[in-house]
Design a protein around this ligand. Structure first.
Ligand code: GLP
Length: 243
C-alpha cells in the first residue's frame, strides 16, 4: 500500500485528482469507479478545473458509481446521481451513456443488483476505484457485519450511517433506510484502489482499517488484502497511522 500524506484537505484533493487524471491520461478509455460523500468533492473540483483548462479529456471514460440510495428518485437533490451531476458529470465532456449508478427506483431489487453486477463485468472490470471511508469503517455502503458481502447487493443502513448522513437531509427521518452498493468482491476486483480520508474524526477508523485486524466488523479492513491500494489523507486523518 502506498500512503500519501497531505497537508490539508486542499492538498489531499489535489493529490487524489492527480492520481485520477494520471489514470485517464494513461488509459483514455478507462473504467473509473466513483464515490460520493463530502471527502472526494475537492478532487472532483480539481478534475473539472483541469478539464476546463484543456488538460483532461473524459470523452472515452466510463464510470460506475459505488452506490445509490434505494427508493430515491435520481432527480432528488440527495440522490447520488444528482451528486455526481453536480460535482463532476455536468461539468466535463463525459456522455450520459458512459456514466452508471444503481437505479434507486428499480422495481425488482434482485434484478437491479444482477444488472449492475453484469454491467461492471461487461465493462471489463474497474481500472481505478475511488473510495471514501464511512465513520464505522464502511466502504461504499458495505456496513459492518458477520461476513464480507460479495457482489452488488441491497443493504439496510446502520443507525450510525443514517446519523452520519443526516447532515445532507432535513432530518434523520428523511435519510433512506436502504441502499444499493457494490459488494466487497466487486470493489476488491478493481485493479487499483484510491482511498481518500480527511479530518481528525476519521483518524481512529483509518488506523483500524489499515493497521487493525481484517474483519467484516470493519469492512474497509479488507483493503489490506488488495495488492494495489493508494491511501491519500490529510495529516489529521493519518495521525494514528505509523510513519
Ligand atoms: C457515504 C457513502 C460512502 C462514503 C461515506 C463517507 O456513506 N456511501 O461511499 O465514503 O459516506 O462520507 P464522507 O466522505 O462524507 O465522510
Amino acid at each position: 500500500m502506498k500512503i500519501y500524506r497531505a497537508k490539508n484537505y486542499e492538498d489531499m484533493s489535489r493529490k487524489a485528482a492527480n492520481i485520477l487524471s494520471a489514470q485517464i491520461i494513461l488509459k483514455p478509455d478507462c473504467v473509473l469507479g466513483l464515490a460520493t460523500g463530502s471527502t472526494p468533492i475537492g478532487a472532483y473540483e480539481k478534475l473539472v478545473e483541469w478539464y476546463q483548462k484543456g488538460d483532461l479529456d473524459f470523452s472515452e471514460v466510463t464510470t460506475v458509481n459505488l452506490d445509490e440510495y434505494k427508493g430515491m428518485d435520481r432527480e432528488n437533490e440527495q440522490s447520488y446521481y444528482h451528486f455526481m451531476q453536480d460535482h463532476l458529470f455536468g461539468h466535463v465532456n463525459i456522455s450520459a451513456e458512459s456514466t452508471h449508478l444503481p437505479d434507486g427506483l428499480a422495481a425488482d431489487s434482485a434484478q437491479e443488483c444482477a444488472r449492475y453486477d453484469s454491467l461492471i463485468r461487461d465493462l471489463g472490470g474497474i481500472d481505478l476505484q475511488l473510495l471514501g471511508l464511512g465513520h464505522n469503517g464502511h466502504i461504499g455502503f458495505n456496513e459492518p457485519g458477520e461476513a464480507f458481502e460479495k457482489g452488488v447487493h441491497c443493504v439496510d443502513l446502520t443507525e450510525s450511517t443514517i446519523e452520519a448522513n443526516k447532515r445532507f437531509f432535513a432530518s434523520a427521518d428523511e435519510v433512506p433506510k436502504q441502499a444499493y452498493t457494490m459488494g466487497i468482491q466487486t470493489i476488491m476486483q478493481a485493479r487499483k484502489i484510491l482511498v481518500v480520508v480527511c479530518g481528525e474524526e476519521k483518524a481512529d477508523m483509518v488506523a483500524k482499517v489499515f493497521c487493525g485486524e481484517v474483519t467484516p466488523a470493519v469492512p474497509g479492513s479488507i483493503l489490506q488484502m488488495h495488492r494495489d491500494v493508494i491511501l491519500v489523507g490529510d495529516e489529521a486523518a493519518l495521525s494514528k497511522i505509523p510513519e
